[in-house]
Design a protein around this ligand. Structure first.
Ligand code: KG4
Ligand code: ZN
Length: 332
């Protein structure tokens, strides 16, 4: 049995996998309510809460699955990227368990875990274009195998989820902004305001969303009688448009017909609908994990951890967690 831990940000996730690689159970503790009054994540609060809830959550997981800690054969944990204080909580506990139980420690990269999360539910053939859209990241990858995934482009400033959260704050809506904006957008006119589509014409696969957020701010200042639903609908479509067109362009240029969209923003209903529609027009297949596995969770960490465990890709207790992503950009 393999125990997986995810504490890279504000969610605490634990999961148990069988020796055959089946997900037995996963549990998630969300801190959303705690950070909501601040309109975003407060790192100090996040790490303190991680420390408080992680051990009880593991105990709960073992109780509910009727396993004992002694039955665990390996422990895998997110090493980064993320908030260093939060990461240290999971990594320190995993190292302690690895040392005490004399079992292998496996370091999992959070972005890799998102990129492969689709395999928790579906079989997708390699290679595929992986779009990772969350509150902390917006990046496009060429995924060739479990061990080879290359960065095609990433955001130069705000992540897509961050843009949803910041625009929600401008509109005095609650945190996290994505689900609230998405709900209001359903009743709005998507063509009411023509917000910019940043970097859409740019040849790179990079994204940029901070200018879009500023465009919303300027619009609100110039139109104090604005219609919130129209702003939400027009903003949501601007984000979806950029994400979809850039991803489809990558598929076309690299001649890869499979697309996998992961991360918290991949739960967005409009993004899913438009992606299916646009991909179908071009003859591409697009896959999304269920919302349960789009957001941060330990099941996706355990999946990559299981692969590394099977292939004896174990890590040393000396390995340190890292806050920033370490990727070399793919050149073509
Ligand atoms: O992956 P995630 O749970 O955490 C990380 O950032 O790693 O993503 C959270 C982000 C937040 O910015 C939230 O606003 C956004 O995902 N999000 C959404 C939706 N649900 C969550 N954005 C747009 N539409 C949604 N339905
Ligand atoms: Zn994440």
């Amino acid at each position: 049995m393999l125990l997986a831990i995810e504490t890279s940000c504000d969610e605490t996730g634990v999961a148990l996998f069988s020796e055959e690689g089946t997900l037995i159970k996963h549990l998630l503790y969300s801190q959303v309510a705690l950070h909501s009054p601040f309109g975003g994540i407060v790192p100090e609060i996040a790490s303190r809460k991680q420390l408080e809830v992680l051990t009880p959550l593991i105990k709960k997981l073992l109780e509910e699955t009727k396993f004992s800690i002694k039955e665990i054969k390996s422990i895998c944990v997110t090493f980064g990227p993320g908030l260093i204080g939060s990461l240290l909580v999971g990594v320190s506990l995993a190292k302690a368990l690895s040392f005490a139980l004399k079992i292998p420690l496996i370091a999992v990269d959070h972005l890799q875990a998102h990129l492969f999360s689709i395999f928790l539910e579906k079989k997708v053939e390699f290679p595929y274009i992986g779009l990772l859209v969350s509150g902390g990241h917006t990046a496009l990858f060429l995924v060739n195998s479990w061990e080879e995934y290359k960065l095609l482009g990433h955001t130069r400033d705000d992540a897509a989820g961050e843009a949803f959260d910041k625009v929600a704050k401008l509109l005095n809506l609650s945190y996290p902004g994505g689900p609230v904006i998405s709900k209001l957008a359903e009743k709005g006119n998507r063509k009411a305001i023509s917000f910019p589509r940043p970097l859409l014409e740019d040849k790179s696969f990079d994204f940029s969303f901070s200018g879009l957020k500023t465009a919303v701010l300027n619009y609100l200042k110039l139109n104090p009688q604005f219609n919130t639903e129209d702003v939400c609908a027009s903003f949501e479509d601007a984000i979806c448009d950029v994400l979809i067109k850039k991803t489809l362009r990558a598929s076309e240029i690299l001649n890869i017909s499979r697309i996998v969209v992961t991360g918290g923003v991949a739960s967005n209903k409009r993004l899913r609908e438009l992606f299916y529609e646009k991909a179908q027009e071009k003859g591409f297949e697009v896959y999304f994990p269920s919302p349960e596995f789009c957001t941060d969770n330990a099941a996706m960490v355990g999946l990559v951890g299981y692969y590394k465990w099977k292939n004896k890709l174990w890590d040393s207790l000396e390995k340190e967690p890292y806050a920033r992503a370490v990727f070399e950009k793919f050149k073509f």
